[in-house]
Design a protein around this ligand. Structure first.
Ligand code: PLP
Length: 446
């Protein structure tokens, strides 16, 4: 299969051409996998590249696809809204109000909500709002959690052992001052947070956390840890921000907070809520959200495309499918997720591959390490080479899994039990081959 971008220019050349006019040939750094790669179509659980190779897609646009690619219910709603309303950019539309009602109904902690275009913007608004509302400067984040590209949170995600917990910005060009006001704690370790509060308690505006840190696969939270964070922040006058950009709508309509029963002050969400269309948001208590300027507060709220009809219609349609009991979205993805995790556990055990298979609902991840995994510290033992090679070989076999260490995989409504079984068969062959070739022998590889 080929696409024609300019007259007589084959598509393969176009993918390489991208590197000449787009930095690295991609529009977001982690889309680069080392060679030009161009895609031409995506439907249901499958994507097709320019060479005509079809993949069962578990990358799912880093989790933005929840129902499957090009879901008819969503694309029809987007088309209708675009033709009818587009972007007015003044006052409010009935679509924006409808989405706000749906979000306030769905998310337990949401009394008020704003729409944004991306998770990064939601986090920016959340952190600024927390600072504006409390008059404090510092925030606390966790080693391994990712909260987007905004300066204040751009540090200490997948850090090398020598930099973990220390100075590890994600980028140059950020003022040290912006990063220095973000203090780093360890996930599932309340004492590490308590220690920071002991030092800077009255200066901390907020603690921000992915309740399930999916940006390093799937660390599962201890209930007592999350409850401890809630109690500690409340006692010290700081806000608790759940960044549910991945977990929101994916694990339950009300996000992970619905499952754990803990109520944060602010919640960011995005990604899967629009099944691939750019839409995100921030929700919170009336008291905190009233600090935004349109409500008479002092924290700026701005964004030309916020609440545009196409994105808003996509979110309304997606939430409609997720909440339709006849669809049974959550049962479907949970049962396929369990099938995948159980299958991977049996395969790695039978082959004697050192692995921890983990995940939640629609998300699955396999760490190549021994022992238990609680926090980022444990992930420093992960065999990144084996992880990347396994994912690379799975992709080469037709199962798209992002070939970078500590990345998760996603199951959508469009995946079937047959997809899972075929994936497990391929995984068994790939892992057996890697074992035969000594790829799990770290000593040999040195
Ligand atoms: N927060 C979390 C937990 C994320 O995983 C991401 C993106 O991966 C973001 C925020 C940023 O979202 P976006 O890429 O839409 O700006």
């Amino acid at each position: 299969m080929r696409i024609q971008t300019t007259v007589n220019q084959p598509a393969r050349v176009s993918a390489a051409r991208a590197s000449e006019i787009i930095p690295g040939g991609v529009n977001s750094a982690t889309r680069a996998i080392g060679e030009p790669w161009m895609f031409v179509s995506a439907h249901g659980a499958n994507v097709v590249d320019v060479e005509g190779r079809e993949y069962v897609d578990y990358h799912a646009a880093f989790g933005a696809i929840l129902l499957g690619h090009a879901d008819e219910r969503v694309t029809t709603a987007v088309e209708e809204a675009s033709r009818r309303l587009g972007l007015v950019g003044l006052g409010i539309t009935e679509l924006e109000l409808q989405l706000a009602e749906l979000v306030v109904d769905a998310i337990p902690s949401a009394e008020m909500v704003i729409s944004t275009m991306s998770g990064s913007e939601s986090v920016l608004q959340a952190v600024r709002l927390a600072r504006g509302a409390t008059g404090r400067r510092y925030i606390v984040k966790f080693q391994g959690c990712f909260h987007g590209s905004f300066d204040a949170v751009a540090r200490n995600v997948i850090s090398a052992p020598t930099r973990a917990y220390g100075w590890d910005p994600n980028s140059t060009g950020i003022l040290d001052d912006a990063l220095n006001h973000t203090l780093i704690a360890e996930f599932n370790d309340l004492a590490s947070v308590q220690e920071i509060f002991d030092q800077r308690g009255d200066e901390i505006a907020a603690v921000i956390i992915e309740p399930v840190p999916h940006n390093v696969g799937a660390l599962l939270p201890d209930q007592a840890f999350l409850q401890g964070l809630r109690d500690l922040t409340r006692a010290r006058g700081a806000l608790l921000i759940f960044d549910e950009v991945i977990t929101g709508f994916r694990h339950a309509l009300g996000g992970y907070q619905e499952l754990c029963g803990i109520t944060p002050d602010l919640t960011t969400f995005g990604k899967a809520m629009g099944n691939g269309f750019p839409v995100a948001g921030l929700a919170g208590s009336r008291e905190v959200m009233s600090n935004f300027s349109p409500a008479g507060g002092t924290v700026m709220l701005a964004g030309t495309f916020n609440g545009n009809s196409a994105s808003t219609a996509a979110a309304i349609a997606t939430i409609g499918v997720l909440s339709d009991p006849t669809v049974g979205f959550y049962d479907h993805v949970r049962s396929l997720g369990d099938r995948m995790r159980d299958g991977m556990r049996s395969i790695t055990t039978d082959l004697g591959v050192p692995a921890v298979v983990t995940g939640l609902g629609s998300v699955f991840a396999t760490y190549f390490l021994e022992g238990e995994v609680h926090g980022y510290r444990d992930l420093l033992r992960n065999d990144d080479h084996a992880y990347a090679m396994f994912h690379r070989r799975m992709t080469d076999t037709g199962f798209l899994m992002y070939p970078m260490a500590l990345k998760r995989n996603h199951i959508s409504l469009a995946h079937t039990a047959e997809d899972i079984d075929r994936t497990l068969e391929a995984a068994s062959d790939v892992l057996a081959g890697m074992r035969r070739e000594g790829e799990f022998d770290r000593e040999r590889r040195k």
